[in-house]
Design a protein around this ligand. Structure first.
Ligand code: PEP
Ligand code: MG
Length: 579
């Protein structure tokens, strides 16, 4: 009898193995009121627990295998950094004094306060950071409650290829479990953008999160199947189901082997059109992966991640050092640095910018930078100075009119002049591009192309603004449609504006990394794609098995169909064509 539990598939792959349950239970915290003279002692107990947490994480950090990629180890560093953050260390101390309470209760109060702050964030990425904070707070709580001295994952021995089932996993735990040879994991909590989920994808470890009531249905040691693509966990599988998934597992392994073989091949269509494949990065550490996947460079470096989780923005020197680190790691491949894309709902710590009533339409990205030059100028100076160290392009997000564009261009000129006066080196001909993310910018793409060196289509925002759907609102997610004829028309306009003006057009939104859209985009004339590095080989495989000469007329028909309902079917036809 099959019992299928569903969750969110966050890392594809099929695992068949024995269930290994790690049950930590919820952390029950009780309030105690302490007499004044015991408060110092309680504070010392709290700080000692923070120290123990730090030592535990440092020890895990040391045990991370040497060949683990830098971005994986960086997740543990993020938790270590949180242990130095005032919200986690100083505020609970203040709460112990203010409420004369025990350390566990103070930490619980602070966690509850942080939950409210996180829940008010409209940005999905930031909202998911709450689970990182939870991981760190839970670690301290367990130490305070005296059951967190070790990092064991249950007492029973972990079997090779086990499917680990637990309430939640920290990135550090995920790394250690992977090192011990587990086959997959499923958790009750967590979301697709959590660090643990990102890690699972990086480590190619099949994983499903959000499987509710996991422990109620499965017992330790029984055989289970986990499908990380479909997001299902199957208990008590019958023979037919087992056979089906074993076959699927073989196909998946075959797919990975085939993709691995593509790494060193160029991306070129059957009719010999070379296609540029770039990667998107968020942290300097991500750059490691670019080397692994043989991308032609970075098409989008989301610099806002440098500004997050800290009290004050990074100054010019810190930014310069980060950018040069990435440039050096790229060994001559180009780096496209996007200027800060934050604001509105996402307060840049220390900037004092607050939510508008309609955050997605508010003060974000270039609007925020032009309003707060104290934030923007140091970044422009850092990017320009870094451009002396290797090929750098600068890219402006969220442009909606040419006035903003001219303001930015004139600021860049002023910055160049200031650097000249100060005798500081920069590339005088640094290329400046704009992201096309608003329908207004797409409609004016020819104007933008005239004044810029390149354009990059940000489909995540372009789709949200064209279809008037908030990309983080679950209620309207179903309307998010890259194949909406209005979206396709705008994309086509931008590509044509680039062709007419002889300026490069790339795409760096999620659509560029979805293989189901690759042939459509090739047929529309797109020649440069930038995506998460894990999608590169799959997209390359589609490119290398496509002929643009054959695709283009079919795509022309698709774009001019009088019945938009037919578009998905026509895209499917493109994808099943053989050449
Ligand atoms: C986009 O909008 O498509 C894009 C790449 O930018 P972000 O996802 O960072 O808003
Ligand atoms: Mg965007």
């Amino acid at each position: 009898m099959n019992l299928a539990l569903s969750g969110i598939g966050v890392s594809r792959g099929v695992a068949i193995g024995k269930a290994h349950i790690i049950q930590r239970g919820t952390i029950e915290v009780l309030e105690s009121v302490l007499p004044e003279h015991l408060l110092d002692e309680e504070i010392a107990r709290f700080l000692a627990a923070v120290d123990t947490a730090r030592r535990q994480l440092e020890s895990i950090r040391e045990r991370v295998p040497k060949d683990t990629r830098a971005d994986i180890a960086a997740f543990i560093d993020t938790h270590l950094l949180m242990l130095d953050d005032a919200t986690i260390v100083t505020t609970p101390v203040e709460l112990i004094r203010e409420h004369s309470c025990n350390a566990e209760w103070a930490l619980k109060m602070q966690r509850d306060a942080l939950v409210v702050v996180f829940e008010q964030m409209d940005d999905t990425y930031l909202r998911t950071r709450q689970c990182e904070v939870d991981h760190v707070i839970n670690r301290i709580q367990r130490i305070l409650l005296d059951n967190g001295q070790s990092d064991s994952h249950g007492d029973s021995e972990l079997l090779e290829d086990a499917v680990v089932l637990t309430d939640d996993l920290t990135p550090a735990e995920a790394v250690m479990l992977e090192h011990q040879g587990i086959g997959a994991f499923a958790t009750e909590y967590g979301g697709p953008l959590s660090h643990t989920a990102i890690l699972a994808r990086s480590m190619q470890l099949p994983a499903v999160v959000g499987v509710h009531a996991l422990h109620g249905y499965i017992s330790d040691g029984e055989t289970v199947i986990l499908d990380g693509l479909l997001g299902v966990l199957i208990a008590a599988p019958d023979r037919r189901t087992l056979d089906y998934y074993r076959e699927k597992q073989v196909r998946e392994q075959q797919r990975r082997r085939e993709l691995a073989r593509l790494v060193d091949l160029p991306a070129v269509t059957l009719d010999e059109t070379p296609i540029t494949l770039m990667t998107n990065i968020e942290l300097p550490e991500d750059i490691e992966a670019v080397g692994h996947e043989s991308a032609s460079g970075v098409g989008l470096y989301r610099t806002e991640f440098l500004f997050m989780n800290r009290a004050t923005p990074p100054d010019e020197q810190e930014q310069y050092e980060c950018y040069t680190r990435v440039i050096n790691a790229l060994n001559g491949k180009p780096l496209t640095i996007r200027t800060l894309d934050m604001g509105a709902d996402k307060e840049v710590d220390g900037s004092g910018v607050r939510c508008g009533s309609n955050p997605a339409l508010g003060l974000r990205a270039i609007r925020l930078c032009l309003k707060d030059l104290s934030l923007f100028r140091p970044q422009l100076r850092a990017i320009l100075r870094a451009s002396a160290c290797g090929p750098v392009k600068v890219m402006i997000p969220m442009l909606s009119n040419t006035r903003e564009l001219h303001q930015v261009l004139s600021l860049i000129n002023d910055t160049k002049n200031a650097l000249l006066r100060e005798n500081l080196a920069f590339a005088p001909d640094i290329r400046i591009g704009g992201m096309i993310e608003t329908p207004a910018a797409a409609l004016l793409a020819d104007d933008f192309a005239r004044h810029l060196d390149f354009l990059s289509i940000g489909t995540n925002d372009l789709i949200q603004y064209t279809l008037a759907i908030d990309r983080v609102d679950d209620e309207v997610n179903y309307l998010y449609d890259p194949l909406h004829p209005a979206v396709l028309k705008l994309i086509k306009m931008v590509i044509e504006a680039g062709q007419l003006s002889g300026k490069e057009v790339s795409m760096c939104g999620e659509m560029a990394g979805e293989p189901i859209y690759t042939r459509l985009l090739l047929g529309m004339g797109l020649r440069e794609f930038s995506m998460h590095h894990t999608a590169l080989q799959e997209v390359k495989r589609v490119i290398n098995s496509s002929s643009i000469d054959t695709l283009a007329p079919q795509v022309h028909v698709l774009l001019h169909t009088s019945d938009p309902g037919q578009i998905p079917g026509l895209v499917e036809n493109l994808n099943s064509m053989t050449f």
